[in-house]
Design a protein around this ligand. Structure first.
Ligand SMILES: [Zn+2]
Length: 200
């Protein structure tokens, strides 16, 4: 498994989330239960990992958090914990599910810790080698005529002026390794439909 496999990035994000989540959970518990809030924790604070703090937040949600935090935070708590549990019990978690969970951790961290928290999480994400734009999640208007990574095989190919040259690149199985179809026409079709938002 490569260093930057989605699973490894997810594990790194979980670790990076710990101090942010700990501060969030403890400050709310303290507000609600007072200075002896630590008695409410399942184990001494130093022994709790990210998953344990997610569990504490879920367990005390109704009493402590619900009236002070927006409901989407709870949804994030559950979805991060679900992927983490499946991973640690050797259940199948797809790369796409890891990618979504990584995105959820970023949003969650920003909600509870602000922009500084997002920067901490981003330190886990693979650094792209150049200044070109990562187009994943963007639309045509964001990237037209700009220097853009191929969304399928990032970071292996950069288009100097999007979308110029996309079809020749997508058609060639040796050039773009991020597609699954085999014939040139089928590959172009796959590229165009998977990244339809990047076309006018
Ligand atoms: Zn490509």
């Amino acid at each position: 498994m490569s260093l930057h496999s989605p699973e490894n990035v997810f594990r790194c994000c979980l670790k990076a989330l710990l101090p942010i989540l700990k501060e969030f959970v403890c400050s709310h518990l303290k507000r609600h239960y007072g200075s002896r809030y630590e008695e409410r924790l399942p184990r001494p604070i130093a022994d709790l990992d990210t998953s344990a703090f997610l569990g504490v937040a879920i367990e005390h949600w109704g009493a402590v958090f619900r009236d002070h935090v927006t409901g989407d935070v709870k949804t994030h708590l559950f979805s991060i914990k679900d992927v983490r549990n499946r991973m640690s019990h050797d259940k199948v978690v797809t790369d796409e599910e890891y990618q979504i969970a990584i995105g959820t951790i970023r949003i969650f961290a920003k909600k509870i810790g602000g922009d500084k928290a997002t920067t901490t999480i981003d330190s886990c994400l693979p650094q792209l080698p150049g200044p070109a734009i990562d187009p994943r999640g963007l639309t045509y208007g964001d990237v037209v005529n700009k220097e853009v990574y191929c969304p399928a095989c990032i970071p292996n190919m950069v288009f100097k002026s999007w979308p110029m040259g996309w079809d020749a690149h997508a058609a060639s199985a040796s050039a773009c390794r991020g597609l699954t179809e085999t014939g040139p026409e089928a590959r172009k079709k796959e590229f165009h439909s998977r990244f339809a938002k990047l076309f006018p």
